[in-house]
Design a protein around this ligand. Structure first.
Ligand code: GLY
Length: 303
């Protein structure tokens, strides 16, 4: 659909056969992105830095008979998320957030559902946002109407600011996680009023808190390969920031792990640097033998 409506995205090809997919990878070289079809809980994408990593991802993908795999150009640049309230051709943008998809510091390690996030993102200027709305978000909503599949809901654009302009990495038909946890606390306009206005195709100007929100995800030690269940989490009651739970539960009145990404600590402050300090101060109050987190959320934008 992006090709048909000229929405900028990575060059790609789709495969159902290991040998053809492998030949394509060999011809293109690494880095290259392998995307498996189907629901994968945010773990269906391998950003292969080497041919060997790509080969491994293809082997796993084609263990499922007749699986569909998209192999695409690895976009390089500054990644950001733009989520819109959509109802047909009514498309209202939220503020930008930047997710950190790699598991470890310095954007290393496997791709995850997201290890930390902040909003707003200074590098993504109003001009870039307008361009993204005109080139990507509005055309996509209009394309769905044109195709007879008008969309109502949150349209999530996963985007890359490249030397060639903004390109689409992915769309999700939902709020982003952890993007929601830093965007919603900054929305000053009543959320229900926004939804009602969008449902009625009325104009609405969203008001946003100027403060910065920054969230650090605490994940099970082996995430994304596997997750820990039942490990005791202590110290959350000492945290001043907001804490949202993803893969945690109460067991015998104790808080324990129950998934890959376990919780996120979200701090709000006047600057990105202050939000960073506050979030990590609180992260350090939480103790669990089986959790890890990145230490550099938001750092790139402070340089
Ligand atoms: N944070 C990425 C996602 O929600 O898909």
């Amino acid at each position: 659909i992006m090709m048909k409506y000229q929405i900028p995205t990575a060059a790609y090809q789709t495969f159902r056969d290991y040998d053809c997919a492998y030949a394509y990878v060999m011809a293109q070289g690494a880095p290259i992105v392998i995307k498996e079809d189907g629901l994968k809980a945010g773990k269906g994408v391998t950003v292969a830095k080497t041919i060997e990593e790509a080969e491994e991802a293809l082997k796993i993908a084609f263990e499922i008979p007749n699986n569909q795999v998209v192999i695409e150009e690895c976009l390089v640049g500054f990644e950001f998320s733009l989520i819109c309230f959509v109802n047909g051709t009514t498309v209202i943008p939220m503020e930008i957030a930047q997710d950190h998809k790699c598991a470890y510091d310095g954007d290393t390690g496997p791709n995850t559902g997201g290890m930390g996030v902040y909003s707003p993102v200074k590098r993504i200027t109003p001009a870039i946002i307008e361009d993204t709305m005109n080139q990507v978000m509005r055309p996509m909503a209009e394309a769905m109407v044109e195709e007879g599949h008008s969309f109502t809901g949150f349209l999530y654009g996963g985007l890359m600011l490249t030397d060639d302009g903004v390109k689409t990495i992915e769309f999700n038909a939902r709020f982003g996680d952890p993007e929601a946890e830093v965007i919603l606390p900054r929305l000053k306009t009543d959320f229900i009023s926004v939804i009602q206005a969008v449902m009625n195709h009325q104009e609405i100007t969203l008001e946003w808190d100027d403060q910065v929100t920054l969230g650090v995800v605490m994940a099970s030690t082996n995430y994304p390969a596997s997750s820990t269940k039942g490990a005791l989490i202590e110290g959350v009651e000492n945290v001043d920031s907001m804490v949202y739970y993803m893969g945690a539960k109460r067991h015998n009145a104790q808080l324990v792990t129950d998934g890959g990404r376990v919780l996120i600590v979200v701090a709000k402050a006047d600057t990105l640097a202050a939000a960073y300090e506050k979030a990590y101060e609180d992260v350090h109050k939480i103790h669990c033998k089986h959790l890890f987190y990145r230490n550099d959320i938001g750092k790139k934008d402070m340089e």
